[in-house]
Write a protein that binds this ligand. Structure first.
Ligand code: SAM
Length: 453
């Protein structure tokens, strides 16, 4: 792998950079790793080994064809490179006590967001944002797979979050960067790397940080990360930031072996990951606590429930979700969304001020007295075991279902069934007297040949 000379030259002054070892590491394949979903429990694969800084992360001995694993489609795990999973240990140390409102500002495709979602209890709210519209769709799909009710997805520019000042307790900015840390995984990125691009990224990182900062409350925590090795996207950003805004740098104690702590001229702490010193890709992470005054968004909920209608809806929804009274639901354009009642006000604030793509769990639409259940409901963990029948499929038939082909099944019941593989939901089918209707959304279907392996 031919790395840019100017990159190697620019790293010469980093005390933790060891050129020869770094070059050797770039001749090795990138390790493959996955992170399990704690809310959809599976056993780690037989030969997997734990990632030292992550409770749910595992290295795999080789790369399987994930598309051909129904459990991947069920959202039981996320494929993520190992260094990024350090966010788990880092968040646990630097984040304030919950319940929290957390914004993941640059969130697509959803690696950090699914990780954050795993760390938050039901009372906390995670807002995952992506500015680029098609990428926000991919993000919403990945959050749907993760299946949690306390997750919203927005599609906004960072400066739009100034409309909700002081709203969040934690702001995660996994900034767009020059990407040198991922050269091993994506060698095409080498061609695109240039010193000019590093300078442009650095300016953009400053703009994003300054634009988003007002939405963090006083005392709240900003976590900043990149997958770049360049000082001007990492340490220099920290020093610029602490000179421009009221904040204190937070440091990490009990650092796992191989992760390098740096302390900048302005006494800001950051954590560097080099692929020759840990089993993972290049990564940088740091955190600040906000010490300056911050106004907070004011909002008064003026909400009167529609008693009778809600009673009817409640009777319908209770056939699908146990303890329906412990949730809130809202209707938008004929779709019903299930929310944690603690997040009802957040829903109003965010849907009024931002472009909300996904909120809570979409239950589905009403057709008379029947619910047409949504795919989001299938992929949540909320579907009643008591009243909704399951259609358990083996791997071969699960893949056929996921490809929207004919598959073999056994059931004596008619009507809606939740299709499962090893107990984990894949989607809906409706069993009719002489056939089955497959309700897997068309754009979720497997495109590759499922008979390859
Ligand atoms: N956090 C993601 C994860 O773990 O899967 C990866 C995020 S990637 C490093 C940076 C993201 O920032 C990309 O999704 C990109 O589309 C988005 N982005 C690009 N330009 C941006 C801008 N000007 N403001 C905010 N986000 C931007």
């Amino acid at each position: 792998m031919q790395l840019p000379d100017s990159l190697l030259l620019s790293l010469q002054n980093e005390s933790s950079f060891h050129k020869n070892e770094f070059l050797v590491a770039h001749e090795q394949p990138a390790p493959v790793s996955i992170r399990l979903n704690p809310f959809k429990v599976i056993n780690p694969p037989a030969e997997a080994t734990p990632i030292p800084w992550s409770e749910y992360g595992y290295y795999l001995p080789e790369r399987p064809v994930f598309t051909l694993d129904p459990l991947f489609h069920a959202g039981t795990y996320y494929v993520q490179e190992a260094s990024s999973m350090f966010l788990e240990a880092f968040f646990k140390q630097v984040a304030p006590e919950g319940p929290l409102r957390v914004l993941d500002l640059c969130a697509a495709p959803g690696g950090k967001s699914t990780l954050l979602s795993s760390l938050l209890d039901e009372d906390s709210l995670l807002v995952s944002n992506e500015v680029i519209r098609p990428r926000s769709g991919v993000l919403a799909d990945n959050m749907t797979k993760w299946g949690r009710i306390n997750s919203f997805v927005t599609n906004n520019d960072p400066r739009d979050f100034q409309r909700i000042p002081g709203f969040f307790d934690v702001l995660v900015i996994d900034a767009p960067c020059s990407g040198s840390g991922l050269f091993r995984k994506d060698s095409d990125a080498i061609e695109e790397w240039s010193e000019e691009n590093v300078a442009l990224c650095s300016q953009r990182q400053q703009r994003i940080l300054a634009d988003a900062w007002p939405c963090l409350k006083e005392g709240g925590v900003l976590i900043y990360s990149t997958c770049s090795y360049s000082r001007s996207e990492n340490e220099d950003i920290l020093d610029w930031f602490s000179e421009s805004f009221g904040c204190t740098s937070l440091n990490f104690t009990d650092l796992p072996e191989g992760i390098v702590e740096v302390c900048t001229e302005e006494k800001n702490y950051g954590y560097r990951f080099w692929p020759d010193q840990i089993q993972g890709e290049g990564f940088f992470i740091a955190a600040f606590q906000k010490t300056e005054d911050q106004d907070e968004v004011q909002f008064r909920m003026n909400y009167a429930g529609k008693g009778k209608t809600r009673k009817q809806e409640s009777a319908i929804f209770s056939d699908w979700v146990d303890h329906i009274q412990s949730y809130e639901w809202v209707e938008k354009n004929g779709d019903f969304f299930l929310l944690n009642p603690d997040h009802r006000v957040d829903f109003e604030i965010i849907s009024q001020q931002l472009y909300l793509r996904k909120a809570g769990i979409r239950l589905g639409k009403l057709a008379g007295k029947d619910l047409i259940p949504d795919h989001e409901l299938a992929l949540s963990t909320l579907v009643s075991e008591k009243s909704v029948p399951r259609l358990e499929l083996n791997r071969e038939n699960a893949l056929r279902y996921l490809k929207r082909e004919d598959f073999e099944y056994k059931t004596s019941k008619k009507g809606w069934h939740l299709v499962t593989h090893q107990g984990h939901s894949l989607g809906w089918v409706k069993v009719l007297p002489n056939r089955v209707n497959n309700y897997l959304p068309k754009d979720w279907r497997i495109l590759m040949d499922i008979r390859e392996n």
